[in-house]
Design a protein around this ligand. Structure first.
Ligand SMILES: Nc1ncnc2c1ncn2[C@@H]1O[C@H](COP(=O)(O)OP(=O)(O)OP(=O)(O)O)[C@@H](O)[C@H]1O
Ligand SMILES: [Mg+2]
Length: 190
C-alpha cells in the first residue's frame, strides 16, 4: 500500500504496469485529447495508488478503506458527501472486477498460467475534483463496462447506474498495447 501522495506505483511488482501505461499514453498522444481526464498520466497535485490487489472478495473493502485513509490524509474526507460517494463508487467499480474474476461456484476464475486477476486503485485530486480509477487486467473476453437499465424485479445491473448518478462523468479507457483497462469516475470534491 502506498502512503497518500506518493507516486504510483510504489511497489516493484506494479512498476512495469505504470511505466507501460505512461509510455503507451504518451506515445499514443492521448493526454491532450482527454481534457481533464488523462488516462495513465497524472497532472494532479494529489495522487495515491493501491495495488496490485488480487481480485478477491476482500478487494472492494480494502479499496474502500484505502480511499477513506487517503481522503483523510488529504483533508478531503469531510468535503461535502465526498467520503460516502467515493466509498460507494470505489466499491462498485472494484466489485465489478471481482465479480467478473469469480466463477459461478465462488472460486477465482484463474487466468492463463494460474494467475489471479489483479486490480489497481488510483486516486487523484486538485481539491475541486477527485478522480477515481479502478484498473483491471481481466481478459478481453470479459468485455467492457456497460450501463444497464435493469427491470424493477432484477437484482443486479445497477452498479454503474449508481456511479453515473453520483459522478460528474465516468468512462473506460483501454490503453493501446496494454493488457489492462481502467474504469474511472470524476467526483466533485466541493
Ligand atoms: N471492469 C469491467 N470490465 C468488464 N466489464 C465490466 C466491468 N465493470 C462492469 N462491467 C460490465 O458492465 C455490466 C454492468 O455493470 P453494473 O455494475 O452496472 O451491474 P452489475 O455488476 O451486473 O450488477 P450490480 O452492480 O447491480 O450488482 C456488468 O454486468 C459487466 O458486464
Ligand atoms: Mg456491478
Amino acid at each position: 500500500m502506498n502512503a497518500p501522495g506518493m507516486l504510483f506505483p510504489h511497489s516493484k511488482a506494479a512498476r512495469p504496469l505504470a511505466v507501460e501505461v505512461l509510455l503507451a499514453a504518451h506515445s499514443a498522444r492521448l493526454a491532450p485529447a482527454w481534457g481533464r481526464h488523462w488516462p495513465g498520466v497524472h497532472p494532479w497535485p494529489l495522487f495515491s495508488a493501491l495495488g496490485p490487489v488480487g481480485a478477491l472478495p476482500t478487494a472492494p473493502g480494502l479499496a474502500r478503506a484505502f480511499t477513506a485513509m487517503v481522503l483523510g490524509g488529504w483533508d478531503l474526507a469531510r468535503a461535502g458527501d465526498l467520503g460516502e460517494v467515493s466509498a460507494l463508487v470505489v466499491s462498485e467499480l472494484a466489485t465489478n472486477v471481482v465479480q467478473l474474476a469469480t466463477g459461478s461456484d465462488g472460486s477465482p476464475r484463474y487466468q492463463a498460467g494460474g494467475r489471479l486477476t489483479q486490480l489497481w486503485l488510483r486516486l487523484m485530486s486538485d481539491r475541486v475534483l477527485l478522480q477515481v480509477e479502478v484498473w483491471d487486467d481481466l481478459p478481453a473476453s470479459a468485455g467492457v463496462p456497460a450501463l444497464r437499465r435493469p427491470a424493477a424485479e432484477e437484482e443486479h445491473g445497477r452498479g454503474l447506474a449508481i456511479v453515473d448518478e453520483l459522478s460528474h462523468s465516468w468512462g473506460c479507457d483501454q490503453v493501446p498495447g496494454l493488457p489492462a483497462k481502467s474504469v474511472w469516475a470524476l467526483l466533485k470534491a466541493r
